[in-house]
Design a protein around this ligand. Structure first.
Ligand code: ADP
Ligand code: MG
Length: 594
């Protein structure tokens, strides 16, 4: 069977992405499978194509309700009968969908895992021929993963009660070896084929930056037309950033678990439907959104682990166009992260944090480090991260570190960063005087050093375990610090190179000639009108990549239109006139102006 034809006919894609075809073939041959593909790697196609070709029903288990509606809308638009059942449906629509399943009208049914714990649902499904079960975001089944979802554990029970066991395939973007084994075990996959695709996202430029003023830096990074997600580590921070940016005139929305269900839904829709281009959120935001044209993902704080970071950062550039993932990090982030994990019972939390801290202090290729963490080894530096583009250099600060450590020892009690900084800088303010710290031999020894440098050294000492944070966020010297004090170990920090201010350039790789940009804009305009009329997000009609292709190739006939990436038969029938009209109008304008 020619799978490429099926892909082209229904989805309008000319070729499979790496791994997709082999995965689909394996599933169609009836073998279980575990597929690990990066975010944006195209996992959905891997189960949607088999679903089309199996004669019975395909169940897709997915954790997020909001995602289902989009996927089902997209499929229906492509001419693939699909539906979903979840708690958001009225009982009327619920039974209507169930009816469609029973009369075999639907090929694909999306459900949330909670549904499987429902006995009535099990009874309903027992009479239906299910050929295939796809488990999306399969890492949710594992406690070792970062999004454990207890009802994923019900999947195996459910499957074991079906008369005929369907083929099963599990998909995820992030899984360490431990999590992979756990997925196979928890879902009881039978002799699964395992596909691991490269995690590399070459179109995302990774940057780590330690700005003196995060908010000012953030404002330099954002603009009024690129879709951007800003992650911060607390609800309070999210709200204050929202207020700040709104005051500065940005169209933005915010999202965190403390908002009501309706508020979250509205915030998400505003972003999805391009009513605002900036979303400020805690890590609660993301899994349910499938917006493909996010150009920047900015982390305002350092996340707790690299897996979450990579997953969140990966929400940039799913359309394959140039995008950026920027981590803004400050000395306080480490102290705060340490403080937050203080009481955690998870034995791995400290190790995970260490890996993350290492990342922010790295001076070599960021992508190599990220990929190595997921077990992939790049042969060369990526030349598309802030470090390959050399923004930093290392400076030896052992001497200053020794002064700071001995000063803390002389201060006898535990103090926070600010106080320690005042003493080594020699600022005789009232608190310093209260404690008689002007008398210490270390008072003012670092008066020539900027505060930021001292705080960087303190946070680096904390990161490497020479200092620890107590429950009052004060710093204590550890046993390990001896090796620095005696000069056995050295300490270095990363400082920004002085470089001439680069001219900001447009990030989106339009890869079309400048004169075609106005056509591209006109096509976007038409898409946005259609999206509004149909009440769907713009990318569900066509994504940016398809519009770029249209601007470049300028199809005017139906057959030409069908050759555009992302244009399948159903969408071509529906939209070819709308879009080729825009192209013809453009050509007429061009010709008359020549
Ligand atoms: P994932 O679930 O792995 O994060 P998706 O399935 O959401 O990724 O796919 C990401 C984007 O890539 C979607 O816009 C999808 O339509 C597109 N895509 C998937 N497969 C192909 C392909 N073979 N050719 C072109 N685009 C594709
Ligand atoms: Mg997905």
């Amino acid at each position: 069977m020619n799978l490429t034809n099926t892909l082209e006919e229904y989805f309008g894609y000319r070729s499979f992405r790496p791994g997709q075809e082999a995965i689909i073939q394996t599933i169609l041959q009836g073998q279980d499978l575990l597929g690990i593909l990066p975010t944006g790697g195209g996992k959905s196609i891997c189960y949607q194509v088999p679903a089309l070709l199996f004669s019975g029903l395909t169940l897709v288990i997915s954790p997020l309700v909001s995602l289902m509606k989009d996927q089902v809308d997209s499929l229906t638009r492509a001419g693939i009968p699909a539906g979903y059942l979840n708690a958001s449906l009225s009982s009327e629509s619920y039974f209507a969908t169930l009816q469609q399943v029973q009369s075999r009208e639907l090929k694909i049914l999306y459900i949330a895992p909670e549904r499987l714990e429902n006995d009535a649902f099990l009874r309903d499904m027992q009479d239906i021929r299910i050929d295939f079960i796809a488990v999306d975001e399969a890492h949710c089944v594992s406690q070792w993963g970062h999004d454990f979802r207890p009802s994923y554990r019900a999947i195996h029970d459910f499957v074991s009660q079906l008369d005929d066991r369907p083929v099963m395939a599990a998909f995820t973007a992030t899984a360490t070896e431990e999590v992979r084994q756990d997925i196979i075990h928890q879902l009881q996959l039978i002799d699964p084929a395992i596909f691991v695709n490269s995690f590399d996202r070459p179109n995302i430029k990774f940057t780590v930056r330690e700005p003196a003023n995060k908010l000012a830096e953030l404002k330099r990074l954002i603009n009024h037309d690129e879709a951007t997600i800003i992650y911060a580590n607390s609800r309070k921070r999210v709200e204050s950033l929202y207020e700040d940016l709104k005051k500065s005139g940005y169209q933005c929305q915010y999202y965190h678990a403390g908002r009501s269900h309706q508020e979250r839904q509205d915030a998400q829709d505003d972003f999805q439907f391009d009513r605002v281009n900036i979303m400020i959120a805690t890590n609660a935001f993301g899994m349910g959104i499938d917006k493909t044209d996010v150009r920047k993902v900015i982390h305002y704080n350092m996340p707790k682990d690299l897996e979450s970071y990579y997953q969140e950062a990966g929400r940039a550039g799913r359309d394959g166009l140039d995008s950026e993932a920027i981590l803004l990090f400050g000395a306080q982030d480490i102290i705060q992260a340490r403080y937050l994990i203080e009481d955690s019972l998870d034995p791995h939390v400290e190790d995970r944090l260490q890996v993350m801290i290492h990342y922010v202090y790295l001076t070599s290729c960021l992508r190599r480090y990220l990929l190595a963490y997921f077990g992939e080894h790049l042969n060369a530096d990526c030349m598309n991260c802030s470090h390959c583009l050399k923004e930093y250099r290392m400076v030896d600060v052992t001497k200053q570190a020794q002064i700071i450590l001995s000063c803390i020892i002389r201060m006898k009690h535990a103090f926070g960063m600010g106080m320690i900084c005042d003493v080594v800088k020699g600022r005789p303010n009232s608190r310093v005087q209260d404690w008689d710290f002007e008398q210490l031999s270390t008072f003012g020894l670092l008066k020539d050093q900027p505060d930021k440098r001292i705080k960087d050294i303190l946070s680096q000492l904390t990161a490497q375990g020479y200092l620890k944070v107590n429950s009052h966020r004060a710093l204590l010297v550890t046993e390990k610090a001896k090796s620095i004090l005696t000069g056995q170990e050295k300490l270095s920090i990363k400082v920004k190179k002085q470089v001439s201010q680069k001219v900001p350039h447009k990030n989106i790789d339009l890869s079309i000639r400048p004169e075609e940009e106005s056509l591209y804009e006109a096509l976007r305009q038409r898409r946005s009108e259609l999206a509004k009329a149909e009440r769907v997000p713009a990318y569900i009609i066509f994504n940016n990549r398809s519009l770029l292709d249209m601007a470049r190739d300028q199809p005017v006939t139906y057959d030409q239109f069908l050759t555009i990436e992302g244009v399948g038969q159903v969408k071509a029938n529906k939209y070819w006139q709308e879009f080729t009209q825009v192209i013809q109008d453009y050509q007429t304008r061009e010709n008359s102006s020549q």
